[in-house]
Write a protein that binds this ligand. Sequence first.
Ligand SMILES: Nc1nc2c(ncn2[C@@H]2O[C@H](COP(=O)(O)OP(=O)(O)OP(=O)(O)O)[C@@H](O)[C@H]2O)c(=O)[nH]1
Length: 517
Amino acid sequence: MKDTAVQITTHELKQQLLDCKSELKAVLQDRDDKFKRLLNFISDLSIVSKGQNFELDNKLAKLRRQLLKFEDIGNYQQDINDIERTLQTQHRQLTSSLDESRHGLMTVASQLLRVKSLPEKNKRELIHFKNEIKNPFHTVWEYLPKIELLIKHYEKVLELQFKQDSEFEIEEQHVALARELFSIIDDLEFKPEQRDKVNTIQAVLANKIDYDELLTAYHVILSLVVDNLLREKSSAQEFLTILNQTLSTVGDITSTVKVQSDKCHSIHQELNQAASNHIANVGVSLSITHDIDELKQQIRTQLSELQTVLTQKQKVELRDKQQLQHSLDSMCKELSQLTDEVSLYKDKLQEQQKLNLLDPLTQLPNRTALEEKLNIEYQKVKRQQSDLWIAVADIDHFKVINDNFGHSTGDKALQVIAKAIKSSLRDSEFVARYGGEEFVLILPDISNDNIKPLLSRVKDRIKSIPFKFKGQPITVTLSIGAAKVASGEDIDSTFNRADSALYQSKEQGRDKVIIDI
Ligand SMILES: Nc1nc2c(ncn2[C@@H]2O[C@H](COP(=O)(O)OP(=O)(O)OP(=O)(O)O)[C@@H](O)[C@H]2O)c(=O)[nH]1
């Protein structure tokens, strides 16, 4: 009986063990399924939140790698807690940034509402929009459509601004354009009568410009340039047309005179022939007629005919002379008119040539003229082994004058300084405006000992000018650098040495002459 009981118990135990085993298997299977689901969830979460927070990205990636090992969940507890904290922080940050964005939207909407020209309908829409965004956003998705709406409002306002042609805010690129135009104007040549317009534009460009002024400036300068081009073109064309007309008139006269003179020549020949025939007839009458009365009669007749021929010849000659005189008169008239046109055109050309070589503001030779002069003087140095100095002079802190007293005051100061430099030099010496507030002096035949005193005189002359801007006495100084053409040196290198000397003069406190021998 006992054996049977033991046997049953053993059987039961075996069964129980089997049951337990299969339960364990089911539990393990369940655990694996849950792991897999958790892993999938973590993967999805990683994908959705990727890029929002690097810390969170890294932590989720680490957890994914750990979960793949299918170890005890307790091993990941620490990581899961970390992720939870990061998520909470992320949520707080997101909520506060959504709140900030919401306030930003409110501010922009309020600003738009201040646009006076905004129609009532748009104003009402904007007020409604403002009311709508009073409540906090919970997700980015709620926030995005609001931005979209606000952009639409903005577009409407911009459209209105365009329509009403009202002022635009000046941007950095506009300022850059204004600067660019300013320097283009400096490089362009304008006629003296255009200078006032150009100066006004430059003054506008140098100050605070607005969008409309910038457009106008571009427009005016462009039309002045086009005007100059057309004028040049039409004056050249005009001259050529006149030249052509005169030449064809003179050509016509010459060919008429030629035809007339050919005709006259044959008439003269005919008349001469007739005259000699009459004289020959007299000879014949003399030899064959013996009766004196008849002879007299024949000679009288021949003489009278000869007289007629000679009178005719005289008339023809007079007519020829008159015609020739008339033709010559017309030709002279045409030619004198042409001479006047030529000299007028020559003056224009000379004026243009002068204009091309002169700086319009200071009336000093410009950079092109400087280059020509440098070349000529350099060739002389090479031929005669003479001394030649190049000096570069730059006004100190000129920007301050422009900034404090305006660009047109700066322009006037430049004119005065240019004149003063020019008048402190001898005729054999040369000064050009190199650009901006920089001048270049070409000084031939000056010894090493004399160059510094000469340039110091120029410098001191400028310093002594009693400038008074807006009632305020101002001293303007020059910094000068100079170099002598060394034996075998090219002119550009000398120029660069003079320029470096100027740089040193600026470095050493300005108002100085530095010589690089
Ligand atoms: N009024 C006027 N100003 C000009 C002209 N050309 C250049 N300038 C101005 O000259 C100034 C030159 O300034 P900077 O190059 O800074 O030199 P700076 O103020 O003279 O200072 P340093 O040379 O360093 O002593 C700028 O403000 C230019 O706008 C011009 O034709 N007329």
